[in-house]
Design a protein around this ligand. Sequence first.
Ligand SMILES: [Fe+2]
Length: 455
Amino acid sequence: MGRPFPWILCVYVLLLSSSAGRCRAGITSSYRRKLAWSVDLPVDDPHLKAPEGYNAPQQVHIHQGDYEGRAVIISWVTQDEPGDGKVYYGQVQGGENSTFVTGQTYTYSFYNYTSGFLHHAVITGLEFSTKYFYTLGSGNVTREFWFTTPPESKLDTAYTFGVIGDLGQTADSLATLEHYMNGSGQALLFVGDLSYADVYPYHDNNRWDTWCRLIEPSAAYQPWIWTAGNHELDFLPEFGETIPFKPYTHRFHVPFRASNSTSPMWYSIKRGPATIIVLSSYSAFGKYTPQYVWLEAALKVVDRTVTPWLIVLIHAPLYNTHAGHYYEGEPMRVIFEPFFVQYKVDIIFAGHVHAYERTYPVSNVNYNIEDGQCTPAVNVSAPVYVVVGDGGNIEGLSSPSTRPQANYSAFREESFGHGVFEIQNYTHALFSWHRNQDGVQVAADSAVILNQFFS
Ligand SMILES: [Fe+2]
């Protein structure tokens, strides 16, 4: 169910919604966030430490395991030996469930690093809107977690997604994570750049382990829907690491085949009232490429009377007025934006730029190399674009915004925080952005998002 929000916020968003569909003067926030940023938490920080006990399951995280929402992928690591690879699950709390699945176990090496045993187990045939408990490990290192499956997809369903990008593992990252966990998100849309392990010498993959332990308090209990960013490339050919995304694809499994994708870098799922399409900024996307062909087919099969909301996740934003990474998303915009307008995508979340920004529903699809019509314009069929690359990583915040603020930009600020996308019914959703320095109920920016298909 959707969360209640204060009446003051109601008034504010109603005022905003009354102006939906036309550009207004955008807001560049005058809020003064702290100027210094944090270094990564030390490896012995309590939030990064491995659980006690021989071969104790660690780095637990889950993902939706099918297209419909009736399967879950359970992923975890055992450091000392493979173990039995079993997940016991059911609706009984306390480790009493006798039903189990056995996962597949992988290891990988990266230059001078060798991983622990990475387990991925798929539980299928689950009921919608049901709480399940699951246990990993055995004896005195048995650990129990739980998750709740999404509601069955149908027209008038409420569901709340969190949105985080570019998280890293600093004190600011921890503040973002804890702030999010105090809110009402039921599943997290993660828009890329996870651990920032690649900022260390030889891309020290021990920092992948610490990051997966950092996020476990949330990611073991609700799915984090993964999008790959540039920090997942882990491309280090001078040291023999020539396969991009190697740590990422070993550690994070997604159900890409369920949406007829040929790569875990792009895929789609239905979750409650939404279809979520995940794209890869760092895979080929030109016409005739596998990602292009797949996206066109994936959009065609979306039934808005079943999943009225259509959400796209990418890493590099298509619209961004901050100076950082300016125009990096332009090639993908040229290729994919006509699809987003044609199929009336409601909202597109991106990261990469370490700041927050929300646009009006705009497009630039009329532009071609000859007509000179290259000004983004309000388009009632176009999505709202949101940049939430402000998770709090070691690289700090984006450089200051371009000025004057482009007319398609509704609100922008360079602070750490996270987003919440609260779908209330088939016509209305509330998006809000929560900076780390504020209380959990405070929205530094918010707007009613009108469903593009039904409005
Ligand atoms: Fe990035």
